[in-house]
Design a protein around this ligand. Structure first.
Ligand code: LTN
Length: 329
């Protein structure tokens, strides 16, 4: 029996932080290495054009993300690693799916509402159309599973609806995908634990390739809460809880066990332990990334090969869809 297909993507829009790693990349590697799936992982460069960007930075961001993929453990011999824009059938499929998508469905999308807030008429159409392109990313390869965070569930639901709609209108063509939710909850900013960790506030953000000194400094300065106990309480102790959550994700140990371990210890001791664990767990990533960073031709080669493979699958699928619709003569 053929293995079920799995697909996911990340936008190339700057350095990855531990939230991206724990919420996505770490999981991608585990799924790949489980050997249970035929995996596609891609650089969602077309999606990344919906936000402000500098064309001089874009190539660096793309290659940087490939290096992140490989340094984290994705392997082009096990997974198809590709660049979205290098598979033209993706956008073609998105057009067709768009003709089945009610405007109201896209207007209701939480991500669209948030990103177009206050600029209803000037925000770009790409932001509005984003979920349809995402549906094409998933449907082109008959993916059964899509590892995503909670914030993408609504987009995945639309993908399922579009697959169903197309199939019932034109005949069975697409597989209805299911989300594979990652266990990790939201990683919050070290400086403001009520807000999601984000690269736009670098002091509160642990980047994957931060040096051990930077990690130590940032965690040392992390906001803690009143009191002195290392206890998990998202409401009353958001700062400490966030650090416990991070420590738990990196060690795989339950929060309860960690609370016990740090009972009677002060915040400084706790923070030092978190910093040490995080920088040790990222040591392998750091050195692999440093090694890969300047090998741009090898990184390019990975994308060229993967994109070729993805293009073949996508153009087969678009051909099938066109036949169903009646435009392939
Ligand atoms: N929207 C996603 C990235 C993304 C994606 C996809 C994920 C684009 N296309 C298809 C899974 C499947 C994000 O920003 N997290």
């Amino acid at each position: 029996m053929a293995k079920p297909v799995l697909v996911s993507g990340i936008q190339p829009s700057g350095r990855l932080h531990i939230g991206n790693y724990l919420g996505a990349l770490k999981n991608f590697v585990e799924l790949q290495d489980s050997g249970k799936y035929e995996c596609y992982f891609f650089i969602a460069d077309l999606h990344s054009l919906t936000e402000a960007f500098d064309p001089k930075e874009k190539p660096k961001q793309i290659l940087e993300l490939v290096a992140d993929f490989l340094a984290a453990g994705l392997n082009p011999r096990k997974s198809t690693i590709f660049q979205q824009s290098q598979s033209p059938s993706h956008t073609e499929l998105a057009w067709i799916l768009g003709t089945l998508t009610p405007m109201g469905d896209l207007r209701r999308m939480t991500q669209f509402k948030e990103k177009s807030e206050g600029e209803k008429e000037t925000s770009n159409i790409g932001l509005f159309y984003y979920p349809v392109l995402m549906a094409a990313d998933i449907l082109f390869c008959d993916a059964k599973f899509v590892p995503v965070g909670h914030d993408q569930l609504q987009h995945l639901e639309l993908t399922r609806t579009l697959a169903r709609k197309f199939n019932s209108k034109f005949g069975r063509t697409f597989v209805e995908p299911q989300p594979l939710l990652t266990k990790t909850p939201r990683v919050m900013s070290l400086m403001n634990p009520e807000k999601k960790m984000s690269k736009s506030q670098p002091e509160g953000c642990l980047f994957l390739d931060d040096s051990p000194e930077e990690i130590k400094k940032k965690i040392g300065r992390a906001v803690t809460d009143s009191g002195s106990e290392v206890k998990y309480d998202r409401e009353k102790k958001p700062g400490v809880s966030n650090l416990l959550e991070i420590l738990s994700s990196f060690t795989g140990k339950p929060i309860l066990q960690l609370e016990k371990k740090f009972r009677g210890k002060n915040y400084a001791t706790f923070k030092a332990a978190v910093a040490e664990e995080v920088s040790e767990k990222l040591a392998k990533f750091r050195s692999k990334k440093a090694e890969l960073r300047n090998k741009t031709s090898a990184l390019r080669a990975v994308l060229v090969k993967g994109s070729g493979m993805a293009s073949v699958a996508a153009s087969k699928k678009i051909q099938e869809a066109k036949k169903r619709i009646g435009i392939a003569l």
